[in-house]
Write a protein that binds this ligand. Structure first.
Ligand SMILES: NC(=O)c1ccc[n+]([C@@H]2O[C@H](COP(=O)([O-])OP(=O)(O)OC[C@H]3O[C@@H](n4cnc5c(N)ncnc54)[C@H](O)[C@@H]3O)[C@@H](O)[C@H]2O)c1
Ligand SMILES: O=C(O)C[C@H](O)C(=O)O
Length: 329
């Protein structure tokens, strides 16, 4: 049986994440080895030629699943019939900036794109916002798409989740595959809170296994939360391949589900769980099944975790006020 191709829109297709991402989508790693895809690439007009170059390379890979590539500078065309939208196109920060400093430069990109999703995307559209500040940009896009169910707008904290997995595996002398139930709470920013109190390493509680609160507070959390800045410092450019990898992981998990006995972290519109004000796009522990996700309920939030979650959520509230002030909500 021939399957109808899934329309995948990638914005910022000529950028560095775009270059690391498109080939993985076309090879089947995003949606599955038996799912044909049609790519829609959105770029600003001056970057269309570079996007065409990338499309030539995609052609030259002769990916059996790739059923076509459209390139445009018009969001209304780019999101026509979109099933999966990866909103990557935005300016990256440079040395010395926090991601929130990009709000003014990037926020304006996401309102028209949200409206284009609202007006043209497929009924089952799923959106992942990668462009920074990702949580609040997702909030802007969602607000511009009142006809699309709010839960379809998500922001990427999977890169933080993956970073935390590796740091914890190194500390405990285990493999990342031994670690389950880790959570990133809050904002994709330096205030994010990677939580190992409910996580497991080889079936045992991770915090008890580590048994080192000083390491947790002074090494683990800052290493994960400031990893993006450390990469900019080392590479002279923000993370690209690892970001593309996390975007693939995020959508793959959303569509294909979380494994039994584990969860993942996604920036999603809050329903008020864990004291996060409703509507903010904040990172939560979630399980995915059948193309939908649910917040993991009933976790104990201890005295170490509570103020850290609250601080990150407070920052999200302040970002929401800032974009309100800019007329973007
Ligand atoms: N959430 C995360 O974990 C995470 C991780 C890494 C990077 N990022 C963010 O992703 C974004 C992209 O990073 P990059 O390294 O690919 O940047 P880049 O500068 O290499 O590429 C960005 C691309 O977006 C394009 N663009 C700009 N405005 C656009 C618009 N209105 N419509 C379509 N395309 C547009 C640019 O022309 C450029 O080609 C940055 O904001 C970066 O901070 C997020
Ligand atoms: O840190 C950045 O600005 C890029 C990205 O958000 C990252 O976490 O690597």
């Amino acid at each position: 049986m021939t399957r109808t191709p899934v329309n995948v829109t990638v914005t910022g297709a000529a950028g560095q994440i775009g270059y690391a991402l498109l080939f993985r989508i076309a090879s089947g790693q995003l949606l599955g080895a038996d799912v044909p895809v049609r790519l829609r690439l959105l770029e600003i007009t001056p970057a269309l030629k570079a996007a065409e170059g990338t499309a030539m390379e995609l052609d030259d890979c002769a990916f059996p699943l790739l059923q076509g590539i459209d390139i445009t500078d018009d969001p209304n065309v780019a999101f026509d019939g979109t099933n999966v939208g990866l909103l990557v196109g935005a300016r990256p920060r440079t040395k010395g900036m926090e991601r929130g400093d990009l709000l003014e430069a990037n926020g304006g990109i996401f309102k028209p794109q949200g409206k284009a999703v609202n007006d043209h995307a497929a009924d089952d559209v799923k959106i992942l916002v990668v462009g920074n500040p990702a949580n609040t940009n997702a909030l802007i896009a969602r607000a511009a798409a009142p006809d699309v169910p709010a839960e379809r707008f998500t922001a990427m904290t999977r890169l933080d989740h993956n970073r935390a997995l590796t740091q914890l595996a190194k500390k405990t002398g285990s493999q990342v595959s031994d670690i389950k139930k880790l959570t990133i709470w809050g904002n994709h920013s330096a205030t994010q809170y990677p939580d190992i109190f409910n996580a497991e390493v080889a079936g045992k509680n991770a915090a008890e296994t580590v048994n080192d609160e000083k390491w947790l507070a002074e090494e683990f959390i800052p290493t994960v939360a400031k990893r993006g800045a450390a990469i900019i410092e080392a590479r002279g450019a923000s993370s690209a391949a690892s970001a593309a990898n996390a975007a693939v992981d995020h959508v793959h998990t959303w569509v294909n589900g979380t494994p039994a006995g584990d969860w993942t972290s996604m920036g999603i519109p809050s329903d008020g769980s864990y004291g996060v004000p409703e509507g903010l796009i904040s990172s939560f522990p979630v399980t995915c099944d059948g193309g939908t996700y649910k917040i993991v309920q009933g976790l104990e939030i201890n005295e170490f975790s509570r103020p850290r979650i609250d601080a990150s959520v407070q920052e999200l509230s302040e970002e929401r006020e800032a974009v309100r002030g800019l007329g973007l909500l």
